[in-house]
Design a protein around this ligand. Structure first.
Ligand SMILES: [Zn+2]
Length: 484
């Protein structure tokens, strides 16, 4: 990482004159972290036995969603829903539950007075498991070596539980929110199902405009930002769009013993190569600018020079991230990942049609239309047809100058007192994308701290949550709800 900064500064210094170098130094000198006031967060009492019992009960329901609905076990989803009044009895006394199509659940907690409500989201479906690859039973819901094990422990039964568990405790204390609070849960998020959009349609029909929408997203993480050794609490204020694109080439087929000079497979190979060697241009979106501005101030002097003068370093960042790929690259440009290929059904037949599919994540600065134009220009071959499907434009960028953001940011800072809170752009997609026309205050934060190794268990093997992280998830939601 240090090498990257040195290369960047060296490259840029060579490109600018003495005057510009002085301006660069002056900007760096002014680019300092704001003074941090010591925080005195209101403590939150968490009944950890009850919290572990609730989350493990949720994990034990095998709510595995599948694109092929026939492979889902509806009874497991119903079992989870039936458990909720037992696990969170006060919530079910104070709130009304509306069940909608596609397993959507909406709970309304009435506020003391009218006003724009808060919406806290989670999904209770999980992705399938490769049971043989797990160290322990993926649905055991047991505490082993200080961590609660099971599919969904992080994604997102921990937040589903966090929302309901903290509300349950607050209701028991006699707390009433100032305005309505909605708990909006989906049971088909992992398969891009429509549960969350039914809830959004209902809000729109009722004319409800949320003051705050909070869904899964960033987390409290370490070692993700160059030159920074403190944990960062990353709040997604936008998410990249996604689309799939099929590249197809056809021929008259024929026997492989007497091939024509150019086969459809070769045409596709050239197309793939052209796209991989010409990635889409780097474009700094507003959330990434805000992230660089916020976190960059806390980095080592070498990196502060880069982030204080980021526009001077774009060329170098572009060159470096083209080579490295990975997370930083994904924050800076639209990415293209080739995921599927299909050719002939027999090894001695030229395919009458061959195709490859790319999964594309669209930078908030780009659009699907712009991406398609770029792909056509780059491939530049009339033999290769290019078609988009499953198109989702990038989300709008949420505000950070409002009460909704302030509530989330202060609850993060009060719960993880050593972390730096920063906006960022989420590179995956979440159900919160459905709120794009309803609110400009949509935030994406998964309420836990996790190491890179723990994050890799999401959609992978051995998913689990440390009990300390479970405790903090409940503290976080309690602090958000106290401000609602
Ligand atoms: Zn997931």
């Amino acid at each position: 990482m240090r090498r990257i900064a040195k290369q960047a500064i060296g490259g840029s210094a060579a490109a600018v004159g003495t005057g510009a170098a002085l301006t660069m130094a002056a900007r760096t000198a002014l680019f300092r972290a704001p003074k941090e006031e010591p925080r005195a967060p209101q403590p939150v009492d968490v009944d950890m036995d009850a919290a572990v019992h609730a989350l493990s009960s949720l994990i034990r329901c095998k709510t595995v969603s599948n694109v092929d609905r026939a492979l889902e076990d509806d009874a497991e989803f119903e079992r989870l829903v039936a458990l909720l009044p037992e696990l969170y009895p006060r919530v079910f006394e104070a709130c009304t539950l509306t069940r909608m199509d596609d397993r959507a659940l909406l709970l309304r907690w009435p506020g003391a007075e009218p006003g724009n409500p808060a919406v806290l989201m989670a999904h209770y479906d999980v992705v399938p498991v490769d049971e043989a690859a797990w160290t322990h039973d993926p649905f055991c819901g047991e505490v082993i070596d200080g961590a609660l094990w099971g599919r969904g422990a992080l994604d997102t039964k921990v937040t589903f539980n966090g929302v309901l568990f903290s509300a349950n405790a607050l209701i028991a204390e006699g707390f009433v929110p100032a305005h309505d609070v909605y708990f909006a849960f989906s049971g088909c998020e992992e398969v891009y199902g429509p549960g969350a959009s039914h809830i959004v349609d209902w809000f729109a029909e009722q004319g409800i405009v949320p003051e705050l929408v909070l869904d899964e997203g960033g987390a409290v993480v370490r070692d993700v930002f160059p030159g920074l050794d403190r944990p960062c609490g990353l709040i997604g204020i936008a998410e990249k769009g996604f689309m799939n694109v099929r590249f197809e080439a056809t021929s008259n087929g024929g026997h492989a013993s007497a091939p024509k000079p150019h086969s459809p497979v070769a045409a596709l190979a050239e197309a793939v190569d052209a796209i991989e060697t010409h990635p889409m241009p780097l474009r700094l979106s507003s959330p990434v600018r805000q992230m660089f501005d916020c976190l960059g101030r806390h980095t080592t002097p070498l990196y502060r020079t880069v982030f204080a003068n980021v526009d001077l370093f774009l060329g170098v960042l572009d060159a470096l991230t083209r080579k490295s790929g990975g997370n930083l690259n994904a924050l800076l440009r639209t990415t293209v990942a080739f995921t599927q290929m299909q050719g002939s059904s027999a090894n001695n037949v030229i395919p009458p049609s061959a195709s490859v599919v790319a999964n594309i994540r669209i930078n908030p600065e780009d659009t699907s239309e712009g991406v398609m134009a770029y792909l056509r220009k780059t491939v530049n071959d009339p033999e290769v047809s290019i078609t988009a499907f499953d198109v989702n434009e990038p989300s709008p960028v949420s505000r950070t100058d409002c009460e909704g953001y302030r509530r989330v940011a202060s609850a993060v800072a009060d719960t993880w007192t050593d972390c730096i809170v920063s906006p960022y752009v989420m590179v995956q997609c979440s159900d919160s994308r459905h709120y794009r026309d309803l609110s400009d205050r949509v935030y994406r934060f998964s309420a836990y701290d996790a190491t890179s190794e723990e994050l890799a268990t999401i959609h992978g093997n051995d998913e689990r949550i440390r009990l300390e992280a479970l405790r903090r998830s409940i503290e976080f939601f309690t602090r958000v709800l106290r401000q609602c």
